[in-house]
Design a protein around this ligand. Structure first.
Ligand SMILES: [Zn+2]
Length: 125
């Protein structure tokens, strides 16, 4: 399977979960609209990692809301629960990456750069 097919497969997986994937300026999952936005300026491989990560949020958000509360995830005091939600989403991302044979050193570096950025943004507060 080539990369474009893997991207199409990720989009189908999102659709199966009731979520649309649309081009945007950042990688986000907007639960109220059931939309994943993807930064189209990224190279295709990075786009695949990002879509998979946002699908990870789709898969884990409901339980996160039950266990931590929506305010904990989106409100002002969201630092640690938010990090927990990210770790849960990355765990699902890893599974998707392995299934699509996109799990690589480059992917792990990207994941760790993201995780590092969460910690750095915590330290600034
Ligand atoms: Zn995330």
């Amino acid at each position: 399977m080539v990369l474009s097919q893997k991207l199409a497969k990720l989009e189908r997986l999102a659709n199966k979960l009731g979520v649309r994937v649309v081009p945007g300026n950042a990688n986000t999952y907007i639960p109220t609209n059931k939309i994943i936005t993807v930064n189209m300026r990224q190279k295709p491989e990075k786009r695949a990692w990002s879509i998979a990560h946002e699908i990870g949020h789709v898969l884990t958000l409901d339980l996160c809301i039950v266990e931590m509360g929506i305010r904990a995830l989106t409100g002002a005091d969201h630092e640690l629960p938010c990090l927990e939600a990210e770790i849960r989403a990355w765990y699902e991302t890893d599974k998707i990456m392995r299934k699509l044979k996109l799990f690589s050193n480059e992917y792990i570096k990207y994941k760790h750069a993201c995780i590092r950025s969460y910690y750095c943004s915590l330290n600034k507060k």
